[in-house]
Design a binder for this molecule. Structure first.
Ligand code: ADP
Ligand code: ZN
Length: 731
């Protein structure tokens, strides 16, 4: 392993901080010296800020006049691998290195000493008087497998007040003790046996184990329909990695998926892995950050930001549901966690597994080109079969204008109700109705700040802008003509669909799964588990349900509007619709019974709908790839989006036009620029948005040219410029 240089007291060192300065500054090494990569606190102007020793100082400054590093923090130094990852990622995304560093130093209490803290654990004796609240505390402690919790964590986990815990301490049923902070995680045992794997699962596992064993970099696309056992197979790669004493990282697109996954890991390796996401407690995040750095967390399960953790020896990264658009961070630093996983792995000699039933075209093409290995899992595991898929031609169905469940679909739902099976109605639209129109004057209620319509949310009793989140009460009178009682909802959202379901199937138990209807990830998770166990007959859901949850009793999926994703001018519309429909259909028949997926569409002959129904996935990708290749579009060409925004419409257009005119640096690499044009959502939060699109050949040095191009002009105050390399959404 690289150990880096050690700088003795007084030596000149360069320290990078997360402050927007752009480059490392020189300091003098403190008393006791400091290692390359050390986390330190340095004076900056009147303040003290955290930073990382980036290397030897640049010089050119009188050493005697340099300020000294204030102190070295008690944390494992950042490895050279992570430092070069941050720099490469910064270069790739055209992000200033300090902003990149900030992603890697997001640990609460990084600077605090690892002093003791008070924790609580089971004493092993029952209290003489047992109450329901007391029982919950004991259960909670049990469910953490003997791990000690802090007072507030325990009270929260048991949903009791802290006095209940204190009471249990008094009667001796719970021990209160001082413990060192940041305990290592329980050891996972990779030698425990996994499930017995079927033919192509076993072959896939052998291939992945060998790749991990090789100890170098490589990426494998693991493709298989939902339920084919991808998770079982990549857990074998995790086992191999842990057995070699290296660390593994599993990225999941949704926090809501973690609970189920953690349980599986525990069953497989005998202990729970470390969890990294926004829902974890501060104490946990801090603990994880430190343990991962000293190698005492073997496996981390987390959200995309886990890629920036200071692993000691990362040997494997799994990106589950690799096609998921939530891997693209769309504000702040714009990066795609899938691509960054590959970059980091290539720098630390790790393997990457990209798992999906419906890979992104990028990954599919990389496998085609031989850059990635590919493993295909054929059938679903065991008895479960892929659902049969059929279109319902909406042109042939009779349906009143304010209803969306066709007689054919309704008939299928009725049959499931009679059989005691679950149905899922999928509609990718939150809220009650996407448009509210005044029947007196025709006015459509829009957001004051954005170029978007307000969406009625009856559950919240408000109109909400899905762009900026602004909301207001549903008005009685039209804001335009002031006539009362004429406002009418147009089109369906999941809430409105729920009304239709209640009217059509009055005896069914209905559950609506939409992210905005749940106060917390925990509440949503609990509800999903209940539903999986049969607490609902009809599930109404947005794309939330498309992501990997297991509903064994589900045998029918009805897609309310299969055409929804095909509209609009997005390059990836076809790909997204294809993925979403396949994923949703994958929800049906995961248990022992076969499932059916019915797609309501007005365009049953559309190429995408036909590919979905025909099940010929390779044909779909080949056709889509051919179209993109001809057009020089990603992944066969490169693109970057430049979004300019400002409250001043004229200023933003003028700046965009000037930028487009000075396109010399782009022309020199054969790139073209389009725009400025109003962004598809032309106004957000009162800021006018203008977009330029740059398109280049695959081999062109795009980033360098972009940097030179943008560097020619300094944006006026109030004008923001964001560069989006490989844009996903074209908003
Ligand atoms: P995917 O990740 O492709 O959706 P999973 O790995 O989650 O598939 O497998 C789906 C279900 O089938 C899970 O409950 C899993 O435990 C089970 N399963 C898959 N392969 C096997 C096997 N070889 N033996 C026993 N159960 C299996
Ligand atoms: Zn708005």
């Amino acid at each position: 392993m690289d150990e880096g240089t050690f700088f003795p007291e007084g030596a000149r060192v360069a320290v990078l901080t997360a402050e927007p300065i752009g480059r490392p500054l020189d300091y003098r090494a403190p008393e006791g010296g400091c290692a390359e990569g050390a986390f330190v606190v340095v004076p900056l102007g009147p303040r003290l800020v955290p930073g990382v020793v980036w290397g030897p100082g640049e010089g050119g400054f009188d050493l005697a006049k340099l300020r000294a590093v204030n102190r070295v923090l008690d944390a494992a130094p950042m490895r050279a691998e992570l430092r070069s990852f941050l720099l490469r990622a910064a270069d790739y995304t055209l992000t200033p290195p300090p902003a990149m560093l900030r992603l890697a130093t997001r640990s609460p209490g990084l600077g605090e000493a690892p002093g003791p803290r008070r924790v609580y654990r089971l004493a092993g004796t029952e209290p003489a008087r047992m109450t329901e609240a007391r029982a919950r505390v004991l259960d909670a402690l049990q469910s953490f497998g003997g791990a000690a919790l802090t007072l507030s964590e325990l009270a929260a986990a048991a949903e009791v007040t802290t006095s209940v815990v204190k009471g249990l301490v008094k009667v001796g049923a719970v021990l209160e003790e001082e413990a060192p902070r940041d305990l290592p995680y329980p050891r996972l045992d990779p030698s425990l046996p996994g499930k017995e794997l079927s033919g192509d699962q076993a072959a896939g596992a052998v291939q992945l184990r060998a790749a991990v064993q090789g100890g170098g970099y490589g990426t494998t696309l693991l493709k298989g329909v939902t339920g084919s056992g991808k998770t079982e197979v990549y857990l074998e790669a995790v086992a191999e990695c842990l057995a070699m004493g290296r660390q593994a990282l599993v990225l999941l697109p949704e926090i809501a998926l973690t609970a189920e996954f953690l349980t599986r890991v525990e069953a497989r390796f005998g202990a729970r892995p470390a969890e990294w996401h926004s829902g974890a407690t501060q104490t946990e995040r801090r603990r994880l950050w430190r343990m991962v750095g000293q190698g005492d967390a073997q496996l981390v399960v987390g959200a995309r930001s886990a890629l920036f953790l200071p692993f000691r020896d990362l040997g494997l990264i799994i990106v589950d549901e690799e096609h998921d658009s939530s891997y693209k961070q769309e504000d702040g630093v714009l990066y795609n966690a899938r691509d960054m996983a590959v970059l980091r792995a290539s720098l630390c000699s790790a393997q990457v597994v990209l798992a999906s039933a419906t890979p992104s075209l990028e990954s599919w093409a990389n496998a085609e080109a031989g850059k990635y290995a590919r493993i295909d899992l054929g059938a679903r595991f065991g008895v479960a079969e892929l659902p049969e898929m059929r279109a319902i031609d909406m042109r042939a169905e009779t349906l009143p204008g304010d209803q969306w469940i066709s007689p054919t679909l309704a008939g299928a739902v009725k049959a499931r109700l009679a059989a005691g099976e679950q149905s899922l109605l999928f509609l990718n639209r939150r809220g009650y109705a996407p448009v509210t129109i005044c029947r007196a004057c025709g006015h459509q209620i829009g957001c004051v700040q954005c170029d978007a319509r307000m969406v009625e949310h009856r559950f919240l009793k408000r109109l909400v802008c899905h762009q900026c989140g602004d909301s207001r009460p549903i008005p009685l009178a039209c804001p335009s003509c002031a006539v009362e009682g004429k406002l009418a909802p147009v089109g369906p959202g999941v809430e409105r669909l729920a009304e239709e379901v209640a009217a059509k199937f009055p005896d069914a138990r209905v559950a609506v799964l939409s992210s905005d209807l749940f106060g917390s990830a925990r509440a949503l998770k609990a509800r999903i588990l209940e539903i999986a166990e049969g607490a609902a007959d009809i599930i109404i859901g947005t794309q939330l349900v498309a992501k990997g949850h297991n509903f064994p009793l589900l045998t029918l999926v009805g897609v309310i509007d299969a055409d929804l994703g095909l509209q609009g001018s997005d390059l990836r519309a076809a790909e997204r619709t294809f993925q979403l429909m396949r994923q949703v259909a994958g929800r049906a028949g995961r248990g022992a019974k076969a499932g059916v997926a019915l797609l309501q569409t007005f365009q049953p002959e559309h190429a995408v709908i036909r590919a979905i129904l025909g099940g010929d996935e390779e044909a779909f990708w080949r056709a889509e790839a051919a179209e993109r290749r001809v057009a020089g579009m990603p992944p066969y060409g490169r693109m970057a989006g430049i979004i300019l925004s400002s409250p001043d419409l004229q200023a933003v257009f003028d700046f965009g036009a000037e930028l487009a005119r000075r396109d010399g640096p782009l022309r020199r690499i054969g790139a073209q620029v389009w725009g400025p044009a109003p962004a598809p959502i032309a106004r957000v939060r009162g800021r006018h948005r203008v977009r330029l699109l740059v398109k280049a050949d695959k081999a062109a040095p795009l980033q360098a040219a972009l940097a030179e191009w943008i560097g020619q002009m300094k944006p006026p105050n109030n004008l923001r410029l964001a560069v989006d390399i490989d844009p996903q959404s074209f908003l």
